[in-house]
Design a protein around this ligand. Structure first.
Ligand code: HEC
Ligand code: HEC
Ligand code: HEC
Ligand code: HEC
Length: 397
């Protein structure tokens, strides 16, 4: 018999009491006052999360398991492309991607992993939840060692956010990390996870014969994060903040500082995911080789962007901004070298892709340790100003 997992109801009482009450209660403990809220000073990098992630389907709880405690997030999600589209995407007609993919010997299972949240809890039978859902982005939450219950408990009995001890906080976060939770403070994991779906590792899918769009050419991390998918409601269910409220509370970064960090991480994440996809590529068919070229192009674009950022950091356009020393950006410069080495290879082997991907992950780790608070990256603000508009607007209740 499969164990049925239930969220802890006691915490939902907060919501039932009304968000206003909860909010004023929480506000009393915001920084500025003397309080015991444990601060995450360094950015934790969750190296345990591999990319691409294949969330364990038997551990999917479904979005309704989050509804009681995260009502505004849920409502915001209902308004997004992530929720709305899957059914018509699977339509079988002569011209549809689905039909053409089946004709090439593929199965719709492949589509579910991005367009829906596939779930195999019911005795191994596959059921599909509408849309890319909470756990597609935050990690599957259930199971015996899942993060669902643990992530929301601050201590014994009715310990509150402000009363949680630093030790309990650390243990709770470590536990959830091990269980595969992707939280907003792990900016690199968040970015990689977007690219896992917004970049495609299946050559047949994007071939001329099937015609699924090559989406990473359009995807741009920051505008996409600031679109209708934005749902930063945790400390105030009535206002969609421009940065996740819990992360802001704990790390104290402004939305602008977080975006500077995302700018660099987004390029690194795109490169790492492209390389991880190349590792899985069969290299003997022309079809695959044609698409492999697109993934290598993504690496080149990423390296070019990083090159531009480094230039700005060493020689800011605005004289008031302090230039960085060359040693500080050494590891970012390594990305450009890695691209050149990879591109020079006669044949881009899987082993080289794997090794280079690990190097990129290390560079991201080093970057976060050095620049994770975004404070010394002000020279990048000119890039942020030039970004494309978001494809849609964040929901405001
Ligand atoms: C029992 C109520 C409850 C349920 C059910 C619940 N959460 Fe939470 N969630 C919380 C609380 C409380 C926090 C704040 C934890 C903290 O302060 O670190 C939280 C925080 C989060 C965060 C932010 C963590 C961070 O460190 O920024 C995410 C993401 C999240 N929940 C996702 C989910 C998802 C996805 C589900 C459904 C699978 C879910 N939650 C179900 C109560 C709940
Ligand atoms: C790796 C993730 C991934 C997989 C696998 C995937 N898709 Fe998609 N698909 C996307 C994303 C992301 C978009 C949205 C592109 C955008 O609008 O930016 C998309 C868009 C689409 C569209 C709209 C195309 C258009 O031109 O507007 C259709 C139809 C579609 N997918 C069908 C399918 C079908 C059918 C399958 C399985 C055979 C599938 N997809 C597999 C990620 C995926
Ligand atoms: C599990 C796969 C998956 C993950 C993870 C994912 N997406 Fe998506 N996303 C999709 C699919 C599939 C679509 C297309 C939905 C459709 O039109 O059918 C999409 C569409 C979108 C759209 C609407 C785009 C448009 O052009 O209409 C935005 C914005 C978006 N995603 C942002 C993000 C961001 C930001 C992240 C990371 C935080 C992310 N997505 C993570 C699968 C995913
Ligand atoms: C497309 C991916 C995606 C989906 C789907 C998604 N989230 Fe998130 N969520 C994120 C990202 C990314 C952030 C942090 C945004 C940032 O870093 O700017 C976030 C932030 C959060 C937070 C923290 C908010 C705060 O104020 O601190 C909570 C809680 C949360 N999500 C819960 C949920 C729940 C519940 C669902 C489903 C109803 C859901 N998310 C669906 C990607 C997603």
């Amino acid at each position: 018999m499969l164990k049925k997992w239930r969220p802890l109801r006691s915490h939902t009482v907060n919501w039932l009491l009304g968000c206003a009450v909860t909010f004023s209660f929480l506000v009393a403990w915001l920084p500025g006052e003397e309080n015991a809220i444990p601060q995450a000073t360094t950015l934790p990098v969750n190296a345990k999360i591999p990319v691409p992630i294949h969330p364990d389907r038997t551990h999917f709880m479904g979005a309704r398991a989050c509804l009681d405690c995260h009502r505004s997030e849920y409502v915001a999600w209902l308004g997004t492309e992530h929720y709305k589209n899957p059914i018509n995407r699977y339509e079988i007609s002569d011209v549809s991607v689905a039909k053409k993919y089946l004709d090439q010997g593929g199965t719709l299972d492949r589509c579910y992993s991005c367009h829906s949240a596939p779930d195999e809890k019911n005795f191994g039978r596959l059921s599909v939840e509408s849309g890319t859902s909470c756990e597609s982005c935050h990690g599957a939450a259930g199971g015996d060692s899942g993060w669902l219950n643990r992530h929301a408990v601050y201590g014994p009995n009715v310990t509150t956010l402000a009363q949680e001890t630093p030790k309990h906080y650390r243990e709770r976060i470590d536990y959830c990390d091990q269980a595969g939770m992707i939280r907003p403070s792990h900016q690199y994991e968040v970015a990689k996870n977007c690219f896992r779906c917004h970049m495609i590792g299946d050559a047949t899918l994007v071939s001329d014969e099937v015609g699924h769009p090559v989406i990473h050419e359009k995807f741009s991390l920051i505008p996409y994060l600031n679109s209708d998918i934005q749902h930063n409601f945790h400390l105030n269910q009535r206002a969609n903040a421009d940065a996740p409220t819990l992360d802001t509370l704990r790390r104290g970064l402004s939305s602008l500082e977080r975006q500077r960090v995302y700018l660099v991480l987004g390029q690194l994440a795109k490169i790492e995911v492209a390389l991880r996809y190349l590792v899985d590529f069969p290299s003997d068919e022309s079809l695959e080789e044609r698409y492999a070229g697109k993934l290598i192009d993504a690496f080149e674009e990423g390296a070019d962007e990083i090159d531009y950022y480094v230039e700005l950091l060493l020689d800011p356009e605005d004289d008031e901004i302090k230039a960085l020393e060359e040693d500080a950006v050494e590891s970012l410069l390594k990305v450009i070298e890695l691209f050149e080495d990879f591109d020079d290879l006669e044949e881009q082997t899987r082993a080289a892709a794997r090794e280079t991907a690990s190097e990129i992950a290390k560079i991201a780790d080093g970057f976060l340790k050095e620049f994770g608070d975004g404070k010394r990256l002000a020279a990048l603000d000119v890039v942020l100003e030039e970004l494309d508009d978001a494809p849609s607007k964040p929901l405001q209740p």
